[in-house]
Ligand binder design. Structure first.
Ligand code: ZN
Length: 353
């Protein structure tokens, strides 16, 4: 069943990121298992909805694909909606800009409108030529910070009462004066003690000691889509390091493709070479030729010149639902060892231009 995350958080589809954050905070307080109004199932539901809607990128995907794109993230197969492709040069997005501003204005706190995000994790994935063309499911193990199971990432021991945060007097934010290159600036930052909640637990979670995180080895089964190429990066949203009071970073797969001596590749086109004798070139022939789908029959037309190319339609690489072609370069091999009989016949033919 598709889940309506907007309904879960009680906001409408046009809600701003700030409204979504506020709605989540309200629900998290109401349903926190420690409260008399606590409800663990609803607390988890709200958290799941916020993990997606609280992240502008994920929210965009959700609006496009629905919750199915995110539901399998926890160890099951990863839906295609969770992927992004980018070349090696890709990198500096808004998140990175956020970091740059963070450094500029000092690390004392975070801007209230910037959702904290865990670190990305990069892993190298080796695969053969065939798997890159057709896609492959890989088990990938990473040791990383994950949201603590016992407290749901809140850091409070279940059943422990909450008390007003003394650092921010329950406001969740603090005004700090920061010295910057632009002069002194007054900024409102999320309270670092309560991470903006305005409350802290009387007793910290016994599993994570209040950090909301556990360091664990997690194995994911990831469907790497068809058509990846050497040097590509595949981004699996939300499978990087978790962070308390924010959204998880991404897992980035750096793809390495082993070469296949029979094939070269450029984008969705595969290139190969067929070596034929000159009788076949002159008279035409049907030969067997390798493709990534296995051997196929290739018709060599009569009078084919060395260096000519033939196209095998739809034998290339899958790219956005459409398969490219394979281009076969024909190489006519001139015989080097002829017996007396063959020499005599060739001389009689007299094939000079
Ligand atoms: Zn915990």
């Amino acid at each position: 069943m598709a889940k309506d995350y907007y309904q879960t958080l009680g906001v409408n589809k046009s809600a701003s990121q700030d409204e979504i954050k506020a709605a989540f905070r309200k629900l998290a307080h109401q349903y926190h298992p420690d409260k008399p109004t606590g409800n663990e199932a609803k607390f988890k539901e709200a958290n799941e909805a916020y993990q997606v809607l609280g992240d502008a990128e994920k929210r965009k995907k959700y609006d496009q694909f629905g919750s199915a794109a995110f539901e399998n993230g926890g160890g099951g197969g990863q839906g295609f909606g969770g992927f992004d492709f980018s070349g090696f040069q890709g990198g500096a997005g808004f998140e990175d800009l956020g970091d740059i501003f963070g450094q500029m204005f000092g690390r004392g706190g975070r801007q209230t409108n910037h959702v904290r995000r865990g670190n990305d994790i990069a892993v190298d994935v080796e695969m053969n030529f065939h798997d890159a063309v057709f896609g492959v499911t890989r088990e990938i193990s990473v040791t990383k910070d994950v949201t603590c199971d016992r407290c749901g990432g809140v850091g409070a021991e279940p059943g422990s009462k909450m008390k007003t945060c003394t650092d921010c007097d329950g406001k969740g934010t603090k005004t700090v004066t920061q010295r910057t290159i632009l002069g002194n600036m007054q900024t409102r930052v999320v309270c670092p003690t309560c991470d903006g909640a305005g409350e802290i637990p009387e007793k910290s979670c016994t599993t994570c000691h209040g950090s909301g995180l556990e360091h664990k080895r997690k194995t994911l089964s990831i469907n790497i889509p068809a058509g990846v190429d050497d040097g590509m990066m595949v981004r699996v949203r939300g499978e990087g390091e978790a962070i308390k009071g924010g959204v998880s970073g991404d897992l980035i797969l750096r793809i390495h493709v082993e070469p296949d001596e029979r094939f070269d590749r450029e984008g969705d086109t595969i290139f190969s070479t067929a070596r034929i004798g000159f009788t076949q070139a002159a008279l035409g022939a049907t030969i067997e030729h390798d493709t990534v789908d296995g051997p196929v029959e290739l018709k060599i037309p009569a009078g084919t010149q060395s260096g000519a190319t033939l196209r095998l339609k739809g034998k290339g690489v899958m790219d956005r639902g459409h398969r490219g072609d394979q281009i076969v370069k024909v190489e006519v091999v001139t015989p080097t060892k002829l017996n007396r009989e063959q020499k005599k016949l060739l001389e009689e033919l007299d094939l000079t231009e």
